[in-house]
Structure formats: structure tokens, C-alpha cells
Design a binder for this molecule. Sequence first.
Ligand code: MN
Length: 747
Amino acid sequence: MLRASPILSHADVQVEPEFETVLDDLLAACRQSLRSVDEDMIRRAFRLGYWAHRNDRRASGERFITHPIAVAAIVARDIGFDDVSVVSALLHDTVEDTEFSLGLIRDEFGDTVANIVDGLTKIRGVSWSRELGQAENVRKLMLSMATDIRVILIKFADRLHNLRTIESLPKQKQLKIASETLDLFAPLAHRFGLNAIKAELEDISLKILHPEEYRGVVHSLQASKVERDGYVRRFIEPLQARLEGDGFGFEMAGRSKNIYSIWRKMKSQDKLIEEIYDLLAIRIVLKSAGKKGKEDCWRVYSIITDLYKPLPERFRDFISVPKSNGYQSLHTTVLGPEGRRVEVQIRTEEMHAIAERGVAAHWKYKEAVSDRDRGMEQFLDWVRDILENPSPEQATEFVKEFRLNLYDEEIYIFTPQGDLMTLPRHATPVDFAFQVHTEIGMHCIGAKVNGRMAPLSYKLQSGDQVEIITSKKQTPNPDWMKFVVTHKARSRIRHSINEKRRRSIELGRETLRKKLDRAGLKVDEQNLGRVANRLKFPNAQQMFYEIGTGLFDAKDFVKSVRSASRGRREEEGASAEQEGLRLRYEDFRDSAQIAARPALEIDGELHTDIVTRYAPCCNPIPGDDVFGYVSRSEGIKIHRVNCRNAPSLLVNQPDRIVSVEWSRQKDVHFLSCLRVMGEDRVGIVSDITTVISKNLKTNIRSITVDSEDGVFEGQIVCSVTDLSHLRRVIERLKRIDGIHGVYRFEE
Ligand code: MN
């Protein structure tokens, strides 16, 4: 059937001359990086998109069509998947923003393009939705991946271009987009092996979220550039001569990590930029391909280690065992001139394409994909598995697990039969057991790692051979939740714990009911909860649970009801001291908050009349990067930008976010929590308290200490005036003999 749709005759659409040039450039990019190109289809999509968006403008005032064109160019150049993706990218915003219908696209370009555009329209709607939680976003994204992988690939390009042009958006929106990107899109892009895109997503997001720190890293990189370049040249010269002499075709260049990776490493290892040695890294990309290419990588490795001494513990062979996103390369760290460490990566052109463009490049180099694709298939299987299990108990838990499965790093473990399994870093024998089989996980009591007994919490290392010992009587232990890292293990253990807990609650409720009956007392549900609270239980359920497991005696409940009815409060005196401490802490906190009230500028104005509170989840102190969240009942809550709740607030409730600044104010104290770790030795606690209270004249609010097997762990709550004060405390603590780590922590 014919439709009256004059606009669909693309020949009728007049495109300004400058856009004709843009179209030519796009076609050239397609010809260069795609296997086959239907140029006519791309031309039609281009003209159609141009026409559909003819009246639209971007926030910057630019013509809207520049956006889909830029997205299509990223899809062609940096993802390089196929022409259908380029066409879909050109049309990705038409259904949402213009009078275009999906039916029109279906008629003109067929089902595949229409379905991809539909998928993109759907996930776009979701990511701006305020009603749905973050978890819902993740599920929509996963759903789109399960239907057509191109939806998510184009989404990456869309997000990248939006970030590149983010400056014209209001600050709050920028923060929201940046944190959503770091939270979800960058790790996901990594999972698909799109490393170039991932790196740029991360760098721009960092620049928005932590502009000062971003500039700091850029600055030090620039400052040391000449020196580093010179060193890399001296390192490369003899190597280049040898490789040329042996007739290798290759490219060799210095390489640097992206800004975000450097920043994160500095943060996580608490190091200065100079201390991160893989800043010095070079990459050799060999021209040879296939089996010969692989052999050449090893030959080049051997030449390098003739010239420079390798550090064997830093050697990684991702050629024989690729990462699950398909990455292949040999990594080695050698000692270069002056004994400096240099990381060298050796790979072929094909491996390099996959390293940069990931999953998409797989399709371009079709041969011998079986090994590489296995990891990706496992990942997509996992996605489907989650989708079939439609009600995750807790949204945050769900998102955490999803992120966990975007493994940053992986380890390779052998079964006793010699089969290889891929697990995320920090996986334990329990994770391994659940990976092998649910039943083995449910009943594991111990593990042999490389023939020796190891604790179930042992952190496995690549190459370990693991044998699990089981017992029929064993059931999952809640403590396992503290160390398992895989989704499968977590969900099965949680399920089993919930089941056990549910039974204990029922038993406890029943036991209490009987006790009350015997005592001739009647207590309704509401009063049950009230008495439970008086007995310091957060709720009645918890009390039933503790009765059910024998942790709490139902008799004490009966006693409490009786004494309350007599209007007496004697037995509450027992815990009065503890209670007093807690109250003092809260008083202090409240007074600090009230005093600090005028110290904030909200949206650029100094406010003294607005109630602000400091979020207990991240305990911000002056100097921290913060934002305000307009809460329903407690005024404006101040969170740190890197609070773990920040992404969900910024993403889901952007209209409740206000920007806040600290203004100068002295004599206000804030509580801050520190975790200290080190060797347990006599006098270490007194050294800590001396340093904090005497040397730094800082009040300690509480200190708790734990030690086990010679390892010491302490938690200190102290009051500080601002970030630089806190930093002084941290620096000074680090210098104490035997202290290995001092970290600020939340809650
Ligand atoms: Mn878009």
C-alpha cells in the first residue's frame, strides 16, 4: 500500500551546501571503517533526519541536526559496527522530538532500523524519568541490550556527544549527566570493550564533577611531558633498531592512561602522581596477522626482555586467555634505563582494533572469534538471567551487582579437572563454588587452594587451582555476604538467609505469643512495636527474629510490659550510660549543624534562614565538594558529591538539587570518621590519641579498636573545622609507626 508521504522522497529534500559536505565526510568515514556500506540508505536517512529536525535547535543554539550527524559519525568511526547503526543514529531522536512516527521509519527503512530507533527512544525516556529508580534504568538498558546490541552501542555514541557539548546545559543537569555516566555508561562501555569511548566518557565526567582535581592531573602531566617523552625515546631507540633489523612491521609509541584512571589510582592507592609508575608505558602494534601475528608477539617479547630486565610478577598473557570483553595483548613491565619501570604492551593490529573498539570489532574480524566471544556471551547470558528474575529485592543491591558484573579486572581459576573459569577480582572460594554449581555453593565448608586448606574468605589469585569441600549439613552463612563478590553467590546466599530469617521471625512471634498468653497479658500490634522500640529494637520484626534465634529472651519482654504498666523505669537504667553517650553524640551533631547554618551559600546567595542538615551518609565538612538536596521534611540536606547516594539523587531527582558553596566560618566543628589500619603493637592506641588530641589539639569523639592476628583496625570519630584540618589529621596519623592506611569513611 502506498502512503501519501511526500517528504519521504529524499530527492525532494533540499539540504544546505555545507551539510552536503558533512554528508560526504560521513560517507567517507563509513567507507573507511565499515565492511559494507549501503550509501543510498545513509543518504536517505541523512536527508530525512535533516528534514525532521529542520526547526529544532540545541541548548547551545546550534541546529539540532548537528547532534544526530555527530552521533552517526562516532558510530561510524569509533564503533565501526555497520551501516544500519549509522542510519539508526541519524534518526535516533526523530520519533521523540519531531512529528515523525515509528511507522514512517518502518516503511522507509524496515523493521531492524525501526526497532533500534524504538529501543533508543525508550531508554532515552527512562533515563530522564524521575519516578523510576536507578535500578529501573539499568533494567531498561539491559532489556535493550538483549533485543539488539546496536541500541546500546548507539546510546554510547549519543552520550559521548552530549557530554562533549554539555557546557550549554545548567550546572545541575551537568552534574546529573556526569555522575550517571561514571556510574553506568562508562563501566558498561568498558564491558563492551569500547575503551576509547569509555576513556573519553570518564575524562569529561571527571572534569565536571571534580574540576579542580581534573586540572591538577592535567597540569602535572603537562609539566612532566617533555621529560617523559625524552625518556620514552631513549627507551625505544635500541628496541626499534632491533625490531627493524629483524624485519618486523610495527608501530611503537608511548601511551598514557586517561586522566580519570590516573586520578582514580591516586585516590584508591593514596599516591602522588609521580608514584604511579605505569605513567611510563609503551605499546607495540605489529602488522602481522593471524597465527604468525601471535607468534610475533612472543618473539617481540623475547627481544624486549633481552634488552631490559623484566619483572616477572607483572607479566600478563591476555593472548592465550583473553579478557571476557575480548581484549588480547601481552603485558610486561621491565626495568628501563636508570632502573625506571616501564610497562610494555605487545599486540597485533587486529588485537589493537578490538582493544579500542571492542565488541563491534569482533564482527569485523570474523575468524577465530570463538574464544573471545565466550566471555561476552556469558555476560549477555547473565543479563538475560537477571531479566527473567523480575523483582530484585532491593534496588541498590541490584545496581551494585550489575556494576560488579562489568568487571574491571578478572582472574582465571582452574577446577581440579583443569577447566578454566573466569571470576571477578577479589572472588573467593565461595564465589567459585557457586559458579561451579549452586548445590556446591550451598553446602561448602572449606576449600583447598593449590592443594592446601584455605579459608572460605581467601581472595583467589589468577592461576589458583581450587577444590571445594562440601557437607550436607552446611547451609549458607550470613558472614559470607561480607566477602563474596559475584551476583550468583550473593543472590543465592541472600535468598537462603531471608528464608532462614523468615522462619525465625515466625517462630519468635509464636514463642512470644505463648509467653504473653501464659502471663495473661494482651498486647496489640501497635504496642508490640512500641515496647520493641523501648527495648532498643529497630522494629518488632527484629525482636521476633532475636527471640526466634534465642538471642533475646521473651521473658524480658513480659517484664518490660509489666514494669511499663507500673510506670517504672528501673531496668532502663542499666543501659543509661551507653544511651547517654549516644545522646551526647547527637546533641553535638545537632549543635554543630545549627551553628553551621549560615555557613552555606545556596545557588550563589547567602542564606541564614534555611534549615540545612548534613547528610549522615557522607558527613560533609567545609572544603568538600557538596550539593544540596531539598528534602521533603528536613530542609536542605548537604551531601558530598562523591557520596554513594549522590548518583541516585542527582539522576532521579534533579529538580530537588541545588548547588551550595561553603563560606568561611570559624569555630564550627564537624564530625568526621576515620578508619586506621596497621600492625597491632603495644602503645599504638595511645600514640594515636596523643597525635590527635595533644599534637593537633583535635577532639576525639570516640575511638574503637579491633585487633586480630597482629592486624590492627581502629575507627576514630573526631571533630574538625574543615577539610584541610582533616587532611592534617590524616597526614599526621600516617606517620605513626606501624600505621599502614588511614581512610575517611562514611557512617
Ligand atoms: Mn540524542
